[in-house]
Design a protein around this ligand. Structure first.
Ligand code: AQP
Length: 332
């Protein structure tokens, strides 16, 4: 059976990179797969947070999922901390993960930065919790952006290590699904840096909750170069900021970069940015309006999460029992 698991952290507001790199693909995949979409709130504890803000962010990410088109009846939609199996399996998998594997993870190096000695254990072991998220449901497919590819490869290695150690074929090897043109949307201020929630500059990203004027302002201020748009993708790829804006346009219009260039080659950025604002506003405004509508009824959001949590727990509890039996943990 094919089953999808994927999630987003409720750390600040979701942005265009989260939407184009992951959420938009989830919406398409929900018709083909059994899907479990999680708000990974335990992961959000790996960076500084305020409890009251975290609570609201969990609801906001849930609202974003639904507003973007995830059907909460058809799919399982819940927040991670309500299913205890995630934390339990994390521990078991951590006991099968060599430190050498974790030491290779580039996200930890980037996020810990120069203050590595002060980085918390949770940030370092983030990938084992992510492996637990996926393997707890024996998910076969994981749609993610390019930045999560390394963590997913680690999840595959951990699944293999567990199966070999206990001589079982219990965990499947989860397949990454890195789809479409927008696998890595870059910062609007620096075409070599990923668009990220934690970037200090709000001008580096378009948030799903930005209104039309804010989107227009951010696109107008986006860094570009003085040349008009080139004819070929090959020439485009030599210009990171230009490539990023064309990639965003392509993803928003469900076309390829080559198709966008066929239409806009020779345009100056002033004109192309205008066209980009139009498509961005027309795609994102309905999502943002629906998010606001959903957020005005918190009880309804909590009801969606509770129902999803019950459904997720049913699968997780059964798998946790089987995992404990394999590992040799007594269940008296
Ligand atoms: N810039 C991006 N381009 C394409 N996909 C992206 N994703 C994130 N940024 C981009 C994808 O969005 C999903 C959810 O990501 P996440 O919230 O779990 O955390 P992240 O990858 O660490 O995202 P951020 O925005 O960079 O958050 P911070 O700054 O808090 O670390 C994933 O599928 C991811 O690939």
């Amino acid at each position: 059976m094919n089953r999808i698991f994927s999630g987003m952290q409720p750390t600040r507001q979701l942005h265009l990179g989260n939407y184009l790199g992951a959420l938009k693909n989830w919406v398409a995949l929900q018709n083909e797969y059994e899907c479990i979409f999680c708000v990974v709130d335990l992961h959000a504890l790996t960076i500084e947070h305020k409890p009251e803000v975290l609570r609201e962010n969990i609801r906001e990410v849930t609202a974003a999922y639904v507003a973007a088109g995830i059907d909460p009846e058809k799919n399982i939609l819940f927040n991670q901390s309500t299913v205890t199996g995630h934390a339990e399996l994390n521990w078991i998998l951590a006991c099968h993960t060599p430190l050498g594997w974790l030491n290779r993870m580039t996200q930890f190096k980037e996020k810990a930065g120069k203050h590595r000695e002060n980085a918390v254990l949770g940030l370092y072991s983030y990938p084992t919790l992510m492996a637990a998220d996926i393997l707890l449901y024996k998910a076969t497919h994981v749609p993610v952006g390019e930045d999560q590819k390394q963590h997913l490869e680690l999840a595959r290695d951990i699944a293999g290590a567990f199966n070999r150690y206990y001589g079982v074929e219990f965990f499947p090897q989860p397949e990454p699904q890195i789809m479409g043109e927008a696998t890595r949307i870059m910062s609007l201020r620096d075409g070599t840096k990923k668009m990220s929630k934690s970037d200090e500059s709000d001008y580096s990203r378009i948030n799903l909750t930005d209104d039309a004027d804010t989107i227009a302002l951010k696109v107008r201020k986006a860094k570009t170069d003085p040349e008009p748009l080139p004819e070929t993708v090959e020439d485009l790829e030599k210009r990171p900021e230009a490539d990023n804006l064309v990639t965003i346009y392509a993803a928003l219009t469900d076309s390829s970069r080559a198709q966008v260039l066929a239409q806009h080659a020779g345009s100056q950025f002033s004109a192309f940015k205008g066209a980009l604002v139009d498509v961005a506003v027309s795609k994102l405004s309905p999502i943002s309006a629906e998010m606001n509508r959903l957020l005005s009824d918190k009880a309804e959001i909590d009801r969606i999460l509770k129902k999803g949590s019950d459904r997720a727990n049913e699968i997780a509890a059964k798998n946790m029992d089987a995992i404990k039996d394999i590992v040799g943990l007594l269940r008296p």
